[in-house]
Structures are given as C-alpha cells and as structure tokens.
Design a protein around this ligand. Sequence first.
Ligand SMILES: [Fe+2]
Ligand SMILES: [Fe+2]
Length: 187
Amino acid sequence: MEKDFDLDYMKYILKKLVNHNRYIHSINVSSMSEELGFINKFNITHCKIAGLLHDIMKDMSIEFLLNIIKKEDNSSFNLYKKEIGILHGFAGAIYVKNTFNINNNDIYNAIKYHTVGRLNMSDIEKVIFVSDSVSYDRDYKDVERLRKMAFEDINSAVKEVCISKILLLIQRNKKINFNTMELYNSF
Ligand SMILES: [Fe+2]
Ligand SMILES: [Fe+2]
C-alpha cells in the first residue's frame, strides 16, 4: 500500500519558502499535472506532489542550492554547477526527498529535470515538464496551442515544449543543457 502524503503540510512548507507568485504558479502546475495525470491514467498523487513542489527551491540563493547538490549528488554538482537556471530543480529533488521523506524515483526525477527535460522521461516526468509550461497561470503567445496539445497527446506536447524552450534560449543567447538537446535529437 502506498503511504499517505500530507499535501497540506507540503503546501505549508512551500508557502514559507517561495514568494507569492511562485506559490500560485506551483498550485497551478499541481492542478494541471493532476489533470494530465488523470487523462493519461498515470499516478495522480505523484503528479500532484511533483507539480506542487517542483519549484520549491527556486527562491533560494545559488550558494544554498550548490551546497545541497554538492552534499548529496556530487556527480550532478560537477556536471551542472555553472548552469544556474537549472540548479533549483536538482536541489529541489533532494530537498523534497529529505524534508517530506518521499522515496519515489518518479517524483525525484520529475522535480530534478523539470527545467531541462531529458531522454526517456517517465510518465510523471513528462507531465511535470509539460505542466510547468502550460499551467493556467502562463500567458505567453503560444500557450493555448501547447495546452490544447497537452490534453490531446502528452508526447507531442513534450516535443513542442522542448522546441519552444530551445528557441527561447537561442533568442536570449543562452546555453542549451545537453539533456534538452538529447531530448530534441530523439524526436
Ligand atoms: Fe522551475
Ligand atoms: Fe515552474
């Protein structure tokens, strides 16, 4: 039997750690993840939790994030320590595992890779990767199309979200993480 997860306690801690807008975003990603999990017959509880907590470390300092990652996931530390924008996922996965005593690989990896995606993502990873981009608090130009696609076919949505992330990074003159490139090259 699966253990009970205390979502109210998770929300209570999340609220203390992120700013108001980020909290609202997290609630929205959680409910979008729940919807997509339901449609696809994935584990809804895991979708909800990973969606809720994916950005829990996003308002912490870079030093704090690097510290957590260095202590618990040294190989990621060595690989990604210069990629500031993705550290909150890597540290968030560790924080969630330790703070809420959640030993679940799907939730861990969904939080860890939510910004970059990666090859061979699990169902829950796909849901969080897509939900983060198409939750109801998002309002960029293409969001309606991507949201519609997410409801129709999660794999097509993964592809489109990946492409739109890469295009945005290029426009902003930013580097593209190799996990994102590997995901793109697999389409
Ligand atoms: Fe994030
Ligand atoms: Fe997010």
